[in-house]
Design a protein. Structure first.
Length: 276
């Protein structure tokens, strides 16, 4: 733990990337993610992806590119907002336990259980004793998941205050983006210094070997998306050998009996003759 410098001292990767190169790399990463999802479907794997960061940092844009082309029935995106009245009456981690993926499934959280040590801490929605205790509770929660075979990948998306302001004004001026705005966004931005302190302590106390943080620091949306997807492929693909998706012999035999189909697209001669 504690390998990260203060968030406002992390150097931003603001290099540009051409449209053709971006699309080419994006499609390659999306295909790799699909291969990994197929692998997890075959092996019963589970993946939890948590994405936190500043308002207008690009969390939604990253998620949109991550899930493109994935199997929708086994990919679940959870947008986490204020807890409901029912959720408020339970431990703050309860609503996340409820949304954890089953075998062969991936769950992506747009904001996470770290709200306890971020917005709830700063807005006073919990006591100092509660948010201080939460670091231990969260580490134990994540340890329980990884001990049970769940892959956890945590992203923190960081942009400069100047870029955040530019994107927020863009939302103010674009009728098709105004729905993304909330009054709390401006309150959070005004308290950026407090959030930097909270993010710093969060990174220091919850960057563990079993569930490390990946900080994506850039004002370039394309760079952030590609870096996030590369990190996801590298993390959940570690030690995985992706080969051809082998056909289940029982399925092949069923197709042969029904249609005379054989691997390679050929048909049994006898079956073909009977169909004529």
């Amino acid at each position: 733990m504690g390998k990260w410098p203060s968030l406002d001292k992390i150097e931003l990767k603001n290099g540009s990337i051409g449209d053709k190169e971006y699309v080419r790399e994006l499609r390659k990463l999306q295909h790799q993610l699909l291969d990994l999802q197929i692998h997890h479907h075959q092996t019963g794997g589970r993946v939890v992806i948590g994405i936190d960061g500043w308002d207008a940092a690009g969390k939604g844009g990253l998620i949109q590119r991550m899930i493109y082309g994935l199997e929708p029935r086994s990919t679940h995106v959870w947008r986490i907002g204020a807890p409901t009245e029912v959720e408020q009456g339970r431990h703050y981690l309860w609503r996340f336990w409820e949304r954890l993926p089953a075998r062969r499934n991936w769950a992506i959280f747009d904001r996470t259980w770290y709200g306890r040590v971020l917005v709830e801490r700063i807005e006073g929605f919990c006591t100092k004793e509660e948010w201080k205790r939460a670091y231990r509770e969260i580490n134990e929660f994540e340890r329980q998941l990884t001990d049970d075979g769940v892959h956890i990948v945590k992203f923190l998306i960081h942009v400069s205050p100047e870029e955040q302001k530019r994107r927020m004004i863009e939302r103010l001026e674009d009728p098709h983006k105004r729905h993304k705005l909330g009054i709390e966004d401006f309150r959070n931005i005004a308290r950026r210094k407090l959030y930097v302190e909270a993010y710093d302590e969060m990174l220091e106390k919850t960057d563990t070997d079993h569930a490390p943080w990946h900080v994506i620091a850039t004002d370039n949306k394309k760079t952030a998306r590609l870096e996030g997807m590369r990190l996801l492929v590298q993390t959940i693909g570690k030690g995985v050998k992706i080969g051809e998706n082998e056909l289940d012999p029982m399925i092949a035999e069923a197709a042969a009996k029904l249609w005379g189909w054989r691997p390679g697209g050929r048909k049994d001669k006898d079956k073909s003759d009977k169909e004529k």
